[in-house]
Design a protein around this ligand. Structure first.
Ligand SMILES: *Cc1c(COP(=O)(O)O)cnc(C)c1O
Length: 400
């Protein structure tokens, strides 16, 4: 049999628009790339971006950072987490999340996930009770948003301050409310593989004045916070300015210009992602051997990646499936590997953390989880071809 091979790379983003490039060139020619290097009365490109993103998000403040990981670390410090404080966190996430917790001195208490890749609410309740943690880092990993009513009830009951990692839910909603607006702080990434791409970059958003003021100083405003743009009033800074360390994590005007342009097209791109996601979903569901959860919760998701579980082959055989699909140009990631590979690592590989628990349910689910990125350089027809290749390979492996 002559097998089709898919030819496009899974890591290719769309190029910058000519408008973004023109603005970037203007900024380069101007030479003032640092956000606080402003002329009298001038608002920097980064400050404009922050105001525009705050408006998009429906949050009072947005603080731009060098990365999503820095946004998370700064968020943790800004809400008052101190070294040694415990923090609840779902175990299924990406390495920058434990890294940010570690950098802030937090002691993660990992929580199980369920078959839909949601944070397991029962385990969360049990661990909130047993640990006494007063903070939670909820990572909406791969865009799967857990029951936020239950999370918020729990946070209220136990007096927990919530921080949301929205690296995969920028623009997503739960019951009509934007992901990131549930917690005290929402953290976002603008790294190349996320919903907006400036190579590196991140945001944190909050309605809390003191958290915003601390975040601004943490990112490295020095005592120039008066030039920041959309910032809390001076008296808020007066209270915190001398006990807030500068972590030098500012965004620059060049990258901000790229993001300002992309923000205008973000909602349109979300639709484009979902068209591709839905084509993949329909295609993969044709196979009786694959499990995809119904996304029947209250989420308006962004389908920038897709996850599925092969049901007819064992976890031990998933690497072979990954390799077979890879030979046909379809790049699947597997979250079950003992050793971390590329971007993918399992919670028990973060050995710099203390007291890593055994989470049998999470391990078992991840051992069956296949994951695929969906760049916007693929069209809907590409997604049909990709799903056919996966279905064929699973079917062949099942039949032998
Ligand atoms: C990408 C990512 C981040 C932050 O990434 P940076 O590379 O630091 O911008 C955080 N959480 C998750 C789940 C991510 O995928």
């Amino acid at each position: 049999m002559n097998k089709t091979t898919f030819k496009k790379p899974f890591t290719q983003q769309e190029g910058m628009s000519s408008e973004a490039i023109a603005r970037a060139v203007e900024i380069l020619e101007g030479g003032r790339l640092h956000r606080y290097n402003t002329l009298e009365g001038e608002v920097s490109e980064v400050a404009l971006l922050e105001s525009e993103y705050a408006e998009y998000q429906g949050a009072k403040y947005c603080v731009a950072c060098t990365s999503g990981g820095q946004a998370m670390q700064i968020a943790l410090r800004s809400v008052g987490l101190k070294p040694g404080d415990k923090i609840l966190a779902n175990a299924y996430t990406l390495a920058p999340v434990p890294g940010a917790m570690h950098a802030a001195g937090a002691m993660p208490v990992f929580v199980e996930i369920d078959d839909n890749w949601h944070t397991d609410i029962d385990d969360l309740r049990a661990k909130a009770k047993s640990s006494g943690a007063k903070f939670m880092m909820l990572s909406h990993m791969r865009g799967h948003i857990t029951d936020m009513d239950a999370v918020m009830d729990l946070c209220e009951e136990f007096g927990i301050t919530l921080i949301e990692d929205c690296a995969h839910t920028m623009g997503a909603e739960w019951k009509g409310k934007k992901s990131g607006n549930f917690g005290t702080v929402g953290c976002f990434s603008n790294q190349t593989y996320k919903h907006m791409n400036s190579g590196e970059g991140g945001f944190l958003t909050t309605d809390d004045e003191e958290v915003a003021a601390r975040a601004i100083i943490h990112t490295g405003s020095y005592m120039l916070y008066g030039r920041h743009g959309n910032a809390p009033p001076e008296e808020v800074f007066q209270k915190i300015r001398l006990d807030t360390p500068n972590l030098s994590a500012r965004l620059d005007n060049l990258r901000a210009s790229l993001l300002r342009d992309q923000l205008k097209g973000l909602n349109r791109n979300i639709q484009r992602w979902n068209e591709r996601y839905q084509a993949l979903e329909v295609g993969l569901r044709r196979s009786p051997h694959l499990f995809l959860p119904e996304r029947k919760q209250h989420e308006a998701y962004v389908g920038s990646s897709i996850q599925f579980q092969p049901m007819s082959i064992s976890s031990e055989d998933i690497p072979e499936l990954v390799s077979r699909c890879g030979q046909r140009g379809v790049e699947i990631k597997w979250f079950g590997a003992e050793e971390p590979v590329a971007f993918t690592s399992r919670y028990d590989s973060w050995q710099y953390l203390q007291d890593i628990p055994d989470l049998p349910k999470t391990k078992e689910i991840l051992s069956r989880t296949c994951d695929m990125r969906v760049p916007l350089t693929f069209d809907v027809a590409d997604c049909v071809v990709i799903s056919e290749i996966i279905c064929e390979e699973v079917a062949e492996m099942t039949a032998r």
